[in-house]
Write a protein that binds this ligand. Sequence first.
Ligand code: HXC
Length: 257
Amino acid sequence: MAYETILTETRGRVLLITLNRPKALNALNGQLTEELIAAVQQADADPEIGCIVITGSAKAFAAGADIKEMQSATYAEMYAGDRFSAWDRFAALRIPTIAAVAGYALGGGCELAMMCDIILAADDAVFGQPEIKLGVMPGIGGSQRLTRAIGKAKAMEMCLTGRTMDATEAERAGLVARVVPAEGLLDDALRTAETIAGMSKPIAMMTKEAVNRAYETTLTEGVRFERRVFHAMFATADQKEGMAAFVEKRPAKFQHR
Ligand code: HXC
């Protein structure tokens, strides 16, 4: 499929998606949203792809939802169109995803990064939920995911004042996995993705599901879920291969089944 607002490139078992509306700092308009979600859903279902990297430009990962596009919308349009509900399809992805963030990740841009499983930040990355300055608030999960990621104290301050966080603070607060020099960001993200894509895809999907369960349930239920999924892994060929490879002192060759 030909996309206009994103660039896609397959590198081995990794799909690299570059948000590509540079003049609008990758603001997430309807077209970009649809194209991005179509591309990631296709990769989710593709056994040949084991991990997705999403990145932006050097200046902006994404500066938010497209303000100009939604500026004059009415309540009825927002409600009837259930605006932004398409992002539920992104959040429901089972394939591991990495956000490689350089520059601005604001509003919907920060929310998109937080919907990914791992955020790698360039040292110049800036995170924020500045929607309140526009007379709105986060609309694709930011009030929930930011609070879960960094706690109420910081999330409340960021959402109520619109202040941004630099990469160092974001790492300290637990929002990002690692901060890397801007010039090495993409290489690092692709290396990380390659490592993940080299694992068994079904096992990686189950692992993602188990970690995400920690957000959704009690500790007792979460541990029970983990144990049941752990048992289920013994029905895969890749569990047999992974353990045989260890015992035979050789690298595992997963078949993703
Ligand atoms: C539409 C945007 C945009 C956005 C930037 N642009 N952000 N267009 N929607 N979110 C456009 C500008 O209008 C401008 O277009 C061009 O991109 C370059 O931006 P500048 O502002 O000139 O760049 P700069 O001075 O470097 O400032 C960068 C910036 C600023 C600090 C990131 O652009 C900014 O504050 N953007 C808005 C950030 C924000 O409020 N995000 C939250 C959006 S609401 P022209 O045509 O003038 O050159 C949101 C809701 C989420 O995300 C809930 C539902 C999804």
